[in-house]
Design a protein around this ligand. Structure first.
Ligand SMILES: Nc1ncnc2c1ncn2[C@@H]1O[C@H](COP(=O)(O)OP(=O)(O)OP(=O)(O)O)[C@@H](O)[C@H]1O
Ligand SMILES: [Mg+2]
Length: 307
């Protein structure tokens, strides 16, 4: 086992408890995605595991090294891509990367630098200053920086925030390649699609607690939902009887109907829904579908519990 986290807690100076006793074990070569809404405690958990934030209690072992007692040995094994972009604006890309390797007491390795920058499509930007890069490029520089000392355990805190769709795909490829090289990866994201694309296991964090951590396949079964939104031509006061099912809802303004369905089921129920609409004499204006983001699913789950 590469990472072992035991009953980790973090209470900030404000008295706010951001991590409430999280335990977690990650094997070598695994990719774990941590999903959770804003403020769930993902960044706090990662910073505490990496030894950047001190825990209030609990312990973290990385390949047997306890982070608080053997910080240098443990830290060498870790690469961290922070959520916030922290780069020196006037520095050139190449220097930024090489300097980072030096921090870990490792000699410059030109072949490795070229390999890492090429993989992240940054090689032609090597002589640009950080301030001359776009947001997505800066995020890739952060990744290159985290990889250049050849860590065994890589943390990616929202690696694809501000990254366009095409590039997002290529970053997933980078992650898959790293896995092939035996690197263990823990990443945070808001998007279930992202977890679905790259993770072996998915953990869900909410309000400082790890609600569950499971193999991706079984989680997708539970959360793989889509939302169908039907816009209506005329305002509807209430749903006709044929349509009053649990997962069909009329919007407050009466102008649209949403239907949540499970993408993993053979019968999605869409045909039935549409024919019921037409039988009830309801005319449609437009139809769209949306993959529910984790936040929406969360909101629905929490709401259901309250009701
Ligand atoms: N330095 C700090 N002092 C006090 N409270 C903090 C501090 N840093 C974070 N928090 C609080 O801890 C909670 C968890 O924050 P954290 O940044 O870990 O969430 P997150 O899951 O990473 O959210 P996001 O998805 O927005 O990045 C939030 O309520 C936040 O306000
Ligand atoms: Mg965060």
């Amino acid at each position: 086992m590469l990472l072992q986290v035991n009953e980790l807690r973090k209470t900030y100076a404000t008295g706010f408890e951001a991590v409430k006793g999280i335990s977690l074990q990650v094997n070598k070569g695994e990719i774990v995605a941590l999903l959770g809404p804003n403020g769930a405690g993902k960044t706090t958990l990662i910073s505490t595991i990496c030894g950047i934030t001190n825990p209030s209690s609990g312990s973290v072992f990385i390949d047997g090294y306890e982070i608080s007692k053997n910080f240098r040995d443990a830290r060498k094994l870790i690469g961290l891509v922070p959520q916030d972009i922290t780069l020196e604006p006037f520095e050139k890309v190449l220097n930024t990367i090489n300097f980072s390797r030096g921090l870990f007491g490792k000699k410059k390795d030109d072949a490795l630098t070229e390999k890492v920058l090429t993989k992240l499509s940054l090689w032609d930007k090597r002589d640009s200053r950080i301030m001359e890069l776009s947001g997505g490029m800066k995020r890739r520089v952060l990744i290159a920086k985290a990889l250049i000392h050849e860590p065994r355990l890589l943390f990616l805190d929202e690696p694809t925030a501000s990254v366009d769709v095409e590039l997002r795909q290529s970053m997933w490829d980078v992650v898959a390649d790293l896995k092939k090289d035996g690197v263990t990866i823990i990443l945070t994201t808001h998007y279930i699609e992202e977890a679905e694309a790259i993770a072996d296991r998915v953990g869900i964090i909410n309000k400082g607690e790890l609600l569950l951590i499971e193999e991706k396949a079984s989680l997708m079964q539970k959360f793989g939902q889509k939302i169908l939104k039907v816009e209506l031509q005329k305002k509807l006061k209430q749903l006709p009887k044929e349509l009053s099912e649990k997962n069909v809802k009329l919007s407050d303004d009466g102008l649209s109907i949403t239907y949540i369905y499970d993408t993993k089921q053979k019968k999605t129920g869409i045909t039935k829904l549409l024919s019921n609409l037409s039988n009830s004499g309801i005319n449609l204006r437009d139809i769209q579908t949306d993959q529910s983001s984790l936040e929406e699913i969360f909101v629905n789950l929490v709401r259901e519990k309250v009701e």
